[in-house]
Design a protein around this ligand. Structure first.
Ligand code: FES
Length: 354
């Protein structure tokens, strides 16, 4: 099959829709009124001038506001440092955007120009014409007459980069063994801390769980923390509690007193790269991570039975207190969460441990 092409015979066939031409130019108020133009110029300068102040405030806040401080806004607690950094950084970025829009709408030239289509490749004449247009555009941008504007924009854009550089400090401090021991290698679980339901925040009793049930839980002391600390501690201390038939599970001798009548407690954080897990297969006692399908056998001390995770799911030793509430016997015995280079994995549970 061939497709025939035919060149148009005449102008009417080539351009069936008449070019309506340009609308008459309407002069802007800032062009018609010199004082209005000057006012717009000062407004743009004021917006750009505020950016360096906000950038410096950002840096000062970063170092001066304690990471434990939080602010109460409309009954919600916010981490003070994050709130203030977001406020100063956000307003500075907004001001640059508003200044550019205001500048474009009130100071830059606004003559309407029609340009006929041409072939994709530019001829040398076109390139020369472009260079001339570019120079004209630069002239019309007002930078020639209002030199301070260019300086203000350059200063604002230069200084707004400073907060971004300062944030690299968050890559530190260097994770020494002592620091790791106090941070990523410990959670707020401790002897006697009650296990509370993640949704109702009520302490749990052994009788609250039926065989086959899985409950997401937290330490009752979590709500003593606020702001970022609350999120950090929650991320590390989140657990799942499962109840299984004691006759159908393997409990190593070393962990006999870590469970209460078939109720076992594990970290909710996958040991691969840290996704929260709770896809629970009642019949097989397997817990599946939705991110990359690592599968842990909760009836066998959380060993990995499938997928990329290299470590068993850490188990939290639990018991019951005098009032019948489920409580932790201690913190986790190994670090929770994903593996990292410096961690000592020798203490993890492996198949065959007793
Ligand atoms: S994070 Fe769970 S398998 Fe990757």
């Amino acid at each position: 099959m061939s497709i025939e092409t035919r060149k148009p015979d005449n102008q009417l066939e080539r351009f069936p829709v008449q070019d309506p031409g340009l609308e008459p130019h309407i002069e802007r108020w800032t062009d018609a009124d010199k004082s209005a133009g000057d006012r717009a110029y000062r407004q743009v300068l004021a917006m750009l001038g505020a950016v360096p102040v906000l950038a410096i405030a950002f840096v000062v806040i970063y170092f001066a506001v304690p990471r434990t401080a939080f602010v109460d806004i409309f009954g919600m607690q916010w981490d003070a440092l994050t709130f203030l950094l977001g406020l100063t950084g956000g307003v500075a970025t907004l001001l640059i955007g508003l200044a550019c829009i205001h500048w474009a709408k009130t100071i830059m030239g606004d003559e309407e120009i029609a340009e006929d289509r041409h072939s994709a490749a530019s001829s040398p004449e076109d390139r020369e014409a472009f260079a001339a247009e570019f120079a004209k555009g630069a002239e019309q941008s007002g930078l020639g007459r209002r030199k301070l504007l260019g300086g203000a924009l350059g200063g604002a854009l230069g200084l707004i980069a400073v907060p971004a550089v300062v944030l690299f400090a968050d890559l530190g401090p260097w994770p020494t063994a002592a620091l790791r021991k106090e941070t990523i290698e410990r959670t707020i679980w401790a002897e006697g801390v009650k296990l509370v339901n993640d949704i109702t925040q009520r302490p749990l009793r052994a009788s609250d769980l039926e065989i086959g049930q899985l409950v997401n839980a937290q330490p009752e002391t979590l709500w003593d923390h606020h702001g970022t600390h609350f999120q950090v501690e929650k991320a590390k201390a989140s657990i799942i509690i499962v109840r299984m038939d004691p006759e159908r599970i393997k409990i190593p001798e070393s962990r006999v007193d870590w469970q209460v009548g078939g109720i076992l407690c594990y970290s909710k954080i996958c040991t691969h790269v840290g996704c929260p897990i709770s896809l629970w297969e009642q019949q097989t006692h397997h817990l599946l991570c939705p991110c990359h399908q690592s599968t842990f056998d909760l009836s066998n001390s959380g060993v990995v039975v499938f997928g990329p995770a290299a470590r068993s799911l850490p188990q939290l030793p639990i018991t019951v207190d005098a009032d019948g509430f489920l409580v932790a016997r201690s913190d986790f015995t190994v670090p929770v969460g994903p593996s990292f280079f410096e961690r000592d994995s020798n203490n993890d549970f492996v198949e065959g441990d007793r």
